[in-house]
Design a protein around this ligand. Sequence first.
Ligand SMILES: [Zn+2]
Length: 304
Amino acid sequence: MKKLLLACVLLIVPYAFSSNSITILIDPGHGGKDPGHLSRVKGLLPEKDLNLLIAKKLGHYFEYNLTHVNVLYTRTDDSYPTLRERVNMANSKNVNYMISIHCNGSDNTSAYGTETHIHNYDSKSSYKWALAIEKQFRTRAGRKSRGVKTGNDIGHSIQILKETKMPTVLVECGFLTNTSEANYLNTSYGQEIIASAIFRATREFIKQKHKDINFTPPSKQVSNTSTGGVKYKVQIMSSIDPLEVNIEEFKRLKYKVERVKVNSKSMYKYKYYIGPFDTKKVAKKAQKSVQSKGYKDAYIIQFE
Ligand SMILES: [Zn+2]
């Protein structure tokens, strides 16, 4: 038994200490016997289920858009790890960043909007990260941001935020006690937009923190050589469920958006493109334009 344990430790250690990658722990709040906040509308999911759906979408964004990021979860099903277990997991697995996903609730049913909570450990980093998330909620996701909250703001400290030894944020994705926000969070579109906002903010944050790591997967690095007969498109995003291409989000780009279903192992089977463009120069201009409108990870693809 001891020998086996030692072997495991030896296997894990070189990887965990590699400065060439980072580990993010995603914590879907509540679970199992603890449903979290409940919606007032019959048939809508309790907080624990929405947290898990958003958390998994977020994890997939990391896995399919970045390299050198290991994604861990405190739970991937309807189980209930205690707060102590969640904290221990964060502190024992060489986790660089922890993000806890929640939905809010209030006696005041008109209260709505997002909040990101931080605590003391490396509060400067957590604050920066939290600000980026709230900014994405406001600008990209079109949500009402209630801002970044500290332990003092809410009058008590949250165990996860108090006891983890790495920058940690706890995101409240919206109020389930507000009917229109509960309805929004119950759509896969809403979950997608919320998860992608958190992803974009987190990517921006970790890129700044780890300038020595290239998080861009090789498939997304644009080659600089181009030949005749090749055309270009700009991929603006991908999704698990199909989104309509005539939604406001896309209309404001002023380019016709094309949705393509691809055969891939990824859950993200729907890709959204603008183009085609004859030259890379024109494609670059289009890429810059959509990037300035919030699609920061838009990238150029070549096709024959
Ligand atoms: Zn909660």
